[in-house]
Write a protein that binds this ligand. Structure first.
Ligand code: ADP
Length: 494
């Protein structure tokens, strides 16, 4: 039997590898954290060799634990933290600088200059993104301009650029394949999502030599073979996708309107918009969900900087919560809090506000306010912020009928019930909440023929629990209006 799949998820804080059987059941897995580097305020870096070592380690561990023989893994799929930027030497494979992580803000000034010069409209029209340090282009230019001799070497064709997917592919194939996939390319600010090609005008704007760029392939297809010297066996690499897009696959969000929301450290909401690249009028991002057999499916995306990390803040900074899961029993005994609002805008507000200067607040305190109410109000805030995003999507004409959730926070039933109440639509939790890595495996399975079509993959998705809205409409509107008033009070500009 050769119908097992291997998936690698190279995330922001850890790398994971999982072996699945054909029915998408986990056979074995391994996970490893690696160091985060903060060389200056606002800067975030990863060591490429640490990323690589962790990926090789977890992959070998998962393969060994699976007890499968060589040849039994039909295909490997890769998913990854998006936008994080690397440049390496084509001859030696050595990286010129640490990976500049998506969270890194060092190019904020450069983005502001480009905005001031009026570039944002054209950039948004071509890429679906915003002119923000979050994306790869200004990070790549920073490396070329700040590492001695880098620009000259790039112009001479000596260097390669890649996001993490592309870097792993290069290393896994021992330097034979320099390619990325359309979902990752779509996050660089250099890729025209309508024409599906690197865009000369954008390359000029960001001052990037074209010789650096990888080939852009479908998310499911032939990406080469792992070199025997790397993993000990020649596993075909058959899929690559950015983490949020892979999660939409893992959640079987294949029809237009289908939506997934991931609640980990932050929160990412993505809605499938089919073959329409819907330009948002509400500051959401337009992106490539996946490209299969040359056909692009687009998505609308919004994210919250703070979701589960607000629980960590209650635990570690305020020290009023022993462990994140305790928030469920606390909220159950407290009930919905209407008068207190915690606005966790620790790093400003993301979509749909995009207010970088806003900061968090606890509003509406009175003499009898207590710890449990603050904890409950913090859970509620994450639900209200999801409503902000779903409202923005609705204003753009996208109205999901149900939202599928995953990530660490979704074990909290109280949170999911409140979320359904605030959104006014059902919230559904799958049996397998590891949607990202599952999505990468499914794409690999599709590519190698294990799954004949997306319908087969949709058939693997199993519901664990469905939370239906129980709140009456008037109460929902009243609570949400309270949230909007709280946000209005912390905005840096109104
Ligand atoms: P990431 O992949 O971003 O590292 P995870 O998906 O593992 O994150 O989710 C971890 C986050 O979920 C943590 O921030 C934690 O505070 C939060 N969390 C975990 N369990 C619960 C729970 N039962 N209720 C609320 N938050 C939780």
């Amino acid at each position: 039997m050769t119908d097992y799949l291997l998936a690698i998820d190279q995330g922001t804080s850890s790398s994971r590898a999982i072996v699945f059987d054909a029915s998408a059941q986990k056979i074995s897995s391994a996970q490893q954290e690696f160091a985060q580097h903060y060389p200056q305020p606002g800067w975030v870096e990863h060591e490429p060799e640490a990323i690589w070592a962790s990926v090789v380690d977890v992959t070998q561990q998962a393969l060994t634990a699976s007890k499968l023989k060589e040849g039994q893994i039909a295909a490997l799929g890769i998913t990854n933290q998006r936008e994080t930027t690397l440049v390496w030497d084509r001859d030696t494979g050595e990286c010129l600088y640490n990976a500049i992580v998506w969270q890194d803000r060092r190019t904020a000034k450069r983005c502001a200059e480009l905005k001031k010069a009026g570039a944002e409209g054209a950039v948004a029209a071509k890429t679906g993104l915003r002119l923000d340090p979050y994306f790869s282009a200004t990070k790549l230019a920073w490396i070329l301009d700040n590492v001695d001799g880098a620009r000259k070497r790039a112009e001479a064709g000596k260097l390669a650029f890649g996001t993490i997917d592309c870097f792993l592919l290069w290393r896994l194939t021992d330097g034979r394949v320099h390619a990325t996939d359309a979902s990752n390319a779509a996050r660089t600010l250099l890729f025209n999502i309508h024409d599906q090609c690197w865009d000369d005008e954008l390359l000029r704007l960001f001052n990037i030599p074209a010789s650096l760029l990888p080939e852009v392939r479908d998310c499911a297809g032939d990406f080469g073979v792992c070199a025997k010297t790397v993993l000990g066996s020649e596993i075909p690499i058959r899929a690559m996708a950015g983490d949020q897009q892979a999660a939409l696959v893992g959640q079987a969000g294949f029809e237009p309107g289908m939506t997934k929301s991931t609640y980990g450290t932050g929160c990412f909401v993505i809605t499938n918009t089919g073959d329409t690249a819907l330009q948002s009028h509400n500051k959401l991002l337009t992106t490539v969900a996946w490209r299969l057999a040359g056909k692009v499916t687009y998505a609308l995306e919004g994210s919250l900087f703070v979701a589960g990390s607000a629980m960590q803040w209650l635990r570690d900074e305020l020290q009023i919560l022993d462990a994140a899961p305790d928030s469920q029993s606390i909220a159950e005994r407290t009930g919905i809090v209407g008068n207190i609002h915690v606005v966790p805008a620790f790093a400003g507000l993301g979509a749909p506000y995009w207010d970088a200067e806003a900061r968090g607040a606890i509003l509406g305190l009175s003499r009898d306010s207590n710890r449990d109410q603050i904890i409950t109000a913090t859970l509620q805030a994450i639900a209200y912020q999801t409503r902000d995003l779903s409202q923005a999507m609705a204003d753009d004409g996208v109205r999901p009928a149900v939202i599928r959730v995953d990530g660490g926070m979704v074990s909290n039933d109280w949170f999911l019930q409140f979320l359904a109440d605030v959104l006014g639509i059902p919230v559904e939790r799958p049996v397998n909440v590891e949607s990202t890595v599952l999505g990468a495996a499914c794409l690999a399975g599709l590519s190698c023929g294990l799954y004949p079509s997306l319908q087969e993959i949709a058939g693997l998705w199993q519901s664990d629990a469905k939370f239906r809205p129980q709140m009456d409409d008037a109460r929902r509107q009243e609570l949400y209006a309270g949230w909007l008033a709280a946000v209005a009070r912390i905005r840096s500009t109104n």
